[in-house]
Design a protein around this ligand. Sequence first.
Ligand code: SAM
Length: 309
Amino acid sequence: MPENNQFWDFYWEVSLRDIEDLGKREAILAVSQLIRRLAEQPDQPVRLLELGCGEGQIIGPLVQAHAQVRSIDTSLGVDYKGSSLDVGRRNYPGLRFIEGDFTDPQLLARLGQFEIVLLVNALHEVFSAAYSEVLGEVDVLAAWERVEQALAGAVSCLAPAGYLTLFDGLETAGDLQQKLRVRFHTRLARDNFYIFAREYRPFRVTYQEVGDPYTIELSWRDFTRYITKSIFLGKPLWQTERLESYQYFDEAEFRAAFTRQGLLIRELRTLTVDYEKWRSLVEIETPGCDFPAEHILILAQKSTQVASD
Ligand SMILES: C[S@@+](CC[C@H](N)C(=O)[O-])C[C@H]1O[C@@H](n2cnc3c(N)ncnc32)[C@H](O)[C@@H]1O
């Protein structure tokens, strides 16, 4: 198989033609490049582990595409949702899947070591699982602790100089309580916002109508949560999406968390894939404010240096 970039651009263009989630596409393209880079080194095995793999929509196409790479057939997907793994096993019969909780250190200790560990849209679920009935919101301190532990667990599965790839939602840096005035373009968009405000579970959402029923004021924190969930409103997926906050770390917090785990960030990108859809729903009237960056993609390498103190 020719190993040039043009070939791979065409390969992924064709094989990801039907994928609707553009964020997933970015994660797959970045990891495909990383696999090819690693596989250039003689005798280098490239084994993938995806934690929170769901139906295998990330790890499956990657292993299929790079089937000739040494040891890639020992790659593994982990998820605690058996029904998703059943779909993965059907779609990717050669791939290994294990049912279990990836925040369980005992499970991780049994998995072995991998050159690439993937956390794609998975850690925000760990964060959101720290919802407290008493607080009526996510217990943020407990949630950050869980995220940190899950990250440490993922790093424990990396082979020396292995790569952790994370793709997930991104919190905006700065004052999340800053007020923002926005105007809905349609009645449907406005009514869907009301559903969001009532049903979104991780944080209480507050807003005020200003002047006319299509214009509201709300905090930047609540706006980013609304806009990044807006594509699910009115769809069956909303019933699960309403339980999860995509946002848990801003860019600096991701960098700090990765550094604490002895990871060297080799590539970091922030991206927004739903900008046009958002613009069709709502206009931001507050001067100087624009839609948020939606996702973060990080490729980080496990440091091989031993700490001196
Ligand atoms: C949004 S899905 C992403 C699936 C896949 N990474 C993808 O992008 O197609 C998140 C997945 O993580 C799984 N998950 C969340 N927390 C988990 C945990 N603690 N242990 C195992 N799986 C978990 C969920 O069951 C779900 O399948």
